[in-house]
Design a protein around this ligand. Sequence first.
Ligand code: ASP
Ligand code: MG
Length: 468
Amino acid sequence: MIVHKFGGTSVGDATRFARVADIVARCHKRHEAAQPEETVVVVSAMSGVTDQLIAGARAAADGQDAVYCGIKASLLNRHLQVVESVLADSRERPEALRWVEDRLYDLERLCGSIAVLGELTARGRDAVASFGEQLSAYMLAAVLRDRGVPAQRVSATEVIVTDDAFGRALPLSEPTGRRLKERVRPLLESSIIPVITGYIGATEQGVTTTLGRGGSDYSAALVGAGLCADQVWIWSDVNGILTADPSIVPEARTISELSYLEAAELAYFGADVLHPKTIRPLVDKAIPLRLLNTFNPNDPGTLIVSRPNPDRERWPAIISSRGLSMIAVGTRDDAWTPRASARALELLSDAGVEVFMFSQSFSEHSLNLVVDEQNQCHSLTRLQREFSDEKTYSIGCKERVAIVSTVGVPDWNGGHIVSHVFAALGKCGTRVIAVAQAATEYSVSICIPEDQLESTVRFLHRELGLER
Ligand code: ASP
Ligand code: MG
């Protein structure tokens, strides 16, 4: 059995839905020929949809009715367009159109209730955020059926059982395994491909939860582990894990094989192609994980296994993220204590904001937090509200920053990646705004101005001798 997971860019528009359906149909058939191999699909929301949903929920809580109605209209339009285009002459079309309209009507009503309450709870945010995957899973199953491949949408709220930590729910493996067997096994036995919503789950009582942003990879691993799959394949828009982002460094190489531990480390530093929690469920059953490219399906990508080939080539990787803002919380005098950091971090975590990097400076009496620019406004408002009565605090923001992390491998080039990175940075004259380094000497993250991102990554890649 292979669990295939498709990310948001892989189902970004009508053509891409068709491409994904072709890949699934091809893999399914190929396996069927050899032996009746089973196929399970896990799918993310269309790219950008989850961001829009969360923005809509926040706007509703702030009483901005026009904003959330506008978001609903644009989501309706985008999903209807996919149905109209990819299922144009299909028997599936009328039902799919109705289904999409009904779900967006539900979304509008939910946002309406949030607006009446004037408050967005973590539970409400998860309920809204779950719509994207519900829509894409329904549409992908319909497209597969239209191509003569039996498929059925399965809502992960029926199979992934979690605790009630909304926004970062923890899956409970025993009930999840049981539900997967009850709900998904019978489909596989009838040769029907289950198309399961990524990212979401539900409590034992059936309340919708989410596993954290980018969590569909994790969903695929949970499904793979629960069903004892032979492999889990994660399809995105790059050829697996590379030594740098190929859109910045075209000469970047694919890292062909990694151990679970090495891959988890890279994912932790923000390698976009893999959610950091994905590895954990696979380790016990030693289920291999493959990272593949929907737009280049014949490339072997990256294979992640418990014991990689000892003769494989080993390379450090440069991981970069843009579209970030740095928020500084500081005191004007030396009243700074680590408690202020703890308060700020806890507040953002409760507000569902992920902090990608933070550094604390005792001499400057400040804490620097890097967040996604989409969370900038929301984070600033929450922090200003929290610290407003205390005159001593000041809150500032630097827009358009980027993070570059370099993650080494223990026996590469003498090991100490950190000194190589700083030597290179000195030569290329990058302005380093903040640094974060773990206790190991294998990795270091720097925060820099966004307009220096590309030149810095290219320079580092060359200086570390990583190009092909
Ligand atoms: N749609 C969710 C997100 O954007 C989950 C995912 O794409 O993995 O975070
Ligand atoms: Mg992802």
